[in-house]
Design a protein around this ligand. Structure first.
Ligand SMILES: CC(C)(COP(=O)(O)OP(=O)(O)OC[C@H]1O[C@@H](n2cnc3c(N)ncnc32)[C@H](O)[C@@H]1OP(=O)(O)O)[C@@H](O)C(=O)NCCC(=O)NCCS
Length: 231
């Protein structure tokens, strides 16, 4: 492939039966490195362990398809605040998982972040809006009808998480530190100065299904976007 690209991959993590549990271990365990196996072994709940093993295994297979390196030989390092990255290739990625779904984003253009959330009615939504949304975002959210409040809460949430993951700081940065432009929701209107101008970044809303909301944040550039569903 030539030119800049952003590609997202999404799929299911586990099927609820013991055969698939064994298959997951057989299929993916050998792809993991020492640190990943150590992390996998630290999960006390089997289901969480299997989800981690599968996510990391699938991530390695996806990266392998771009790098032409065997999945188990890819060197994945971890940055200061926990963001995984490739030390030896000019390829950027990030991942997110919730429930039984995972998403991975890969780009050759710039650092990138992705977040996936499952839609559900949270009692804590107004409190989270108070804490994590800017004044303008709060005003926008409160102006919405009750039926739009839930979906828009999650849309804003995943975009903000995708930003803090793109820059690698995680939620410690504070989700209220980036403000989405309520009139053009593919753009930010404010971000911390150390990450450049709001116009340096772009938001992509990724359609998954009616129960999940997903967004990617990446440097603003000309790229081809492609979405791939793993079956
Ligand atoms: C990153 C973070 C926002 C993820 O939130 P989440 O919604 O619970 O989880 P998601 O499923 O969306 O993302 C998890 C994945 O993000 C990646 N990730 C972890 N830290 C990251 C960071 N700082 N930036 C970008 N991506 C990160 C990992 O691949 C992780 O998956 P894995 O643990 O299976 O490898 C949150 O965990 C966080 O802020 N972590 C940073 C904690 C920190 O500051 N640690 C410092 C010491 S390491």
């Amino acid at each position: 492939m030539t030119g800049l690209f952003v590609e997202t991959w999404h799929g299911e993590l586990l099927l609820a039966d013991s055969v698939s549990e064994e298959q997951t271990e057989q299929q993916y365990w050998h792809l993991l490195n020492k640190d990943e196996r150590k992390k996998a072994n630290a999960f006390s709940r089997k289901v969480l362990q299997l989800k981690y093993i599968k996510t990391r295994g699938v991530l390695r297979e996806i990266l392998s398809s771009y790098l032409n390196i065997e999945a188990q030989k890819i060197i994945i390092k971890t940055a200061e605040y926990g963001k995984p990255f490739l030390a030896e290739a000019n390829l950027f990625f990030n991942l997110s998982h919730t429930g039984n779904k995972f998403v991975v984003v890969v780009s050759n253009g710039s650092k990138v972040g992705i977040d996936l959330e499952q839609l559900r009615n949270r009692k804590s939504m107004p409190a989270l809006v108070e804490k994590c949304f800017s004044k303008t975002e709060r005003g926008y959210w409160h102006s919405l009808s009750a039926e739009h409040k839930t979906i828009m809460f999650y849309r804003f949430w995943v975009r903000k998480e995708a930003f803090v993951k793109a820059v690698g700081r995680g939620i410690a940065l504070g989700l209220n530190q980036c403000e989405i432009n309520s009139d053009n929701q593919t753009c930010f209107s404010s971000i911390p100065g150390e990450y450049g101008l709001p116009s340096d970044w772009k938001i992509l809303d990724i359609p998954i299904n009616q129960h999940h909301v997903c967004a990617v944040v990446i440097k603003n550039m000309d790229f081809q976007y492609k979405q791939i569903e793993l079956k």
